[in-house]
Each structure stands twice: as C-alpha cells, then as structure tokens.
Write a protein of this length. Structure first.
Length: 296
C-alpha cells in the first residue's frame, strides 16, 4: 500500500504529514483499506461526503468521517498534533511525557496526557503471540513506601507479574500484568494469556506457581539464588522497567496502561521501522474511548 509510512526520522514524518488534510487522507486509507462498508447499514457503495475524505453511503445517506468510530473520535485539537503525539510516543526510545509533549506542541499538559492515555490503551497486547522457548516469570512490587518517587499518597503497593522470553544472554520479549494478589489463579490467568503451554517456564519456589504443570508441563520451580543470579535477565528487565516508571510518571493509578506502553515498545525494539504505522493502525481499529472512562 502506497499509504504506508515506515520511516523513523522526524524530517520524513514532516514531509509525509504537512497538515491536517494529509493526516485525514492517511486515516481514510487505513480505515477503509479493505473497502468501504457503511457502519449503519453495511452497504458498500459510497459517494464523497461534505468534509474532506468523508464518505456518504448511497443507500441510507449516512455520512462517516475517517475518525468516526476510532480512537481519534472527538479529539478536540488538530489531527496533525495528534499524529505528532503518536509519532513521539512510538519512536522515542523511552517514550515521552505529557509535559514534554505539551512543550513541543503548544497544547495543555492535561490535553496531552488524556490523548496519550488513549494511545496507551491501543498499546495493549493482542495476546496473539504467546512467548515460547525459555520463559522466566516472577512478581514484583510497584509503589508504596519503598518506591518513593511514585508518590506516597498513592498508598498501597501494587503487584506486577512479569514474564520474559530468554534468547541467549538477552531478552527477546516481555509481558507484564498488574494483579491484585499473587494467587495461583491470578498468576495462571496471566501465564495462559502470554505463554505458550510448551514453553520451558521457570519460576521461583513461590506456592502460587505450584501445580501449574497441568497447564505448562515443562514448568520448573527453582530456588532463587543469592541476588537472583539464576534469574539475572528477568531481574534486570524488572529493574529497567521500574527505572523507566519512576522517571515517567507519579501515579500508580494507571499502572497497567504504563505497563502496556513499556512492553509494547520493548517488544518492538528490533523492528522499529513499522512502529508508527502499527500504532496508528491500532488506533483506527480500536473503538472510541470517551474521556470519562479514562478518568473513572
Ligand atoms: Zn448506509
């Protein structure tokens, strides 16, 4: 498709998207990449609607814009700025804070945060590509007193279960989930969502993993050595994630969304070229997310 945008450079981004119109065209091509189908009646013939790139159903006359029914729905600032937010979030190595976005784009910080939060919701794992081979799992605590940067007033710590797929001495992928307790049920649910049942899963001796051999026949529980030496890749990954989290925000309220943002970028560190296109496609395919649901 000619529509594709695969570059990482800001220069090429600016060339491809000089104004709102070019963004609208890009969205229209993505949204109707498999042809037009009226979202009211399913009819597949259309003519041009009033606005640029709107399409009007020739059967029921319903007019649909490229942003309707997507995460761009009712965005109150220019589409071009929304594209910039997606560009920075997807292509910056460590992501970008809403404060920084606000400075770069001349929008209010809160406005940037709310839209970025929508973008983050599109970064959630599809759960279609479970981890295979050697997989390590452990839980970690985020927030609370031993993590002062996250804000004491947030109070309670949260438990995050983390899994990595090991490749040689490195890590090829990582998934994580905020859980209420480290119970067998919660751990199992996460593992089924993200780990292939043939994987060689390693955990520590925690009782919550006991008996999970029924789902993961190759699961082994290993006593964690001093300073977690035998789980070094996993612990390093957790440390890096926590360091990122401390530098990025000050609330554990939306912790799962931050986990999703981090792992989305992490799992694409070797195929960065298509990351902007992938993310924008996800925003087009996702249902609108009204702000009241974000704040609730
Ligand atoms: Zn129709």
């Amino acid at each position: 498709m000619e529509n594709r945008f695969k570059s990482l450079t800001l220069f090429e981004f600016q060339e491809k998207f000089p104004d709102d119109d070019s963004c609208k065209l890009y969205l229209a091509n993505l949204k109707w990449s498999n042809g037009f189908s009226c979202s009211k009646c399913g009819h597949t013939n259309y003519c041009a609607g009033n606005g640029s790139y709107d399409r009007q159903c020739t059967s029921c006359n319903y007019i649909e814009s490229p942003t309707a029914g997507t995460l761009f729905h009712q965005v109150k600032f220019s589409l071009l700025k929304a594209f910039y937010i997606i560009y920075y979030v997807s292509t910056s190595k460590n992501g970008i804070s809403s404060t920084e976005l606000s400075r770069k784009l001349g929008l209010r910080q809160k406005t940037c945060w709310l839209f970025k939060r929508k973008v983050m919701s599109a970064m959630k794992s599809s759960q279609n590509f479970p981890m295979e081979g050697k997989v390590d799992v452990d839980e970690t605590y985020v927030g609370g007193q031993d993590d002062e940067a996250l804000g004491r007033n947030e109070g309670k710590k949260k438990i995050v279960v983390v899994a990595i797929e090991r490749k040689g001495k490195g890590v090829s992928r990582m998934y994580a989930k905020v859980i209420k307790t480290a119970s067998k049920q919660n751990l199992k649910e996460f593992m089924i969502q993200h780990i292939d049942n043939e994987a060689e899963v390693r955990t520590d001796k925690w009782g919550g993993y006991r008996g999970l051999e029924s789902e993961f026949p190759k699961l082994k529980q290993e006593k964690s050595e001093k300073k977690g030496k035998n789980f070094s890749q996993l612990h390093r990954s957790i440390m890096m994630f926590k360091a990122w989290l401390r530098g990025t925000h000050h609330s554990v309220k939306h912790l799962q969304a931050y986990v999703d943002e981090y792992t989305y970028r992490y799992n694409r560190h070797k195929m960065k070229e298509g990351i902007f296109e992938n993310l924008i496609n996800r925003l087009v395919k996702a249902a609108p997310l009204p702000y009241k649901f974000i704040i609730a």
